[in-house]
Ligand binder design. Structure first.
Ligand SMILES: [Zn+2]
Length: 90
């Protein structure tokens, strides 16, 4: 049985990135639970938007990581910031 673990770094600004158009809202603060994307006008629930982004990032990294990469795919970033949180793809 092949088990795949998808994991991305905590430093990803997943709650600040519009999952529709990719706009990054840098001024989003922690107390904001809902926000409207100034670019595509989508109303986001902070946590829902973040979870969609995390899934998209993980799947995207997996598809581009190849068979020998780390499960999270963020090899270059992981080595720099979160090496210990990554799992080798098996
Ligand atoms: Zn947007």
């Amino acid at each position: 049985m092949v088990k795949t673990i998808l994991q991305i770094g905590r430093f990803e600004a997943s709650s600040k990135i519009c999952n529709v158009c990719g706009y990054k809202k840098d001024d989003l603060t922690l107390d904001v639970r809902e926000w409207e994307c100034p670019d595509c006008k989508t109303l986001h629930d902070r946590d829902l938007n973040a979870s969609i982004n995390i899934k998209k990032i993980a799947l995207n990294k997996l598809s581009t990581a190849g068979t020998a990469g780390r499960a999270c795919g963020l090899t270059d970033v992981c080595q720099r910031e979160e090496a210990r949180s990554c799992s080798v793809l098996s």
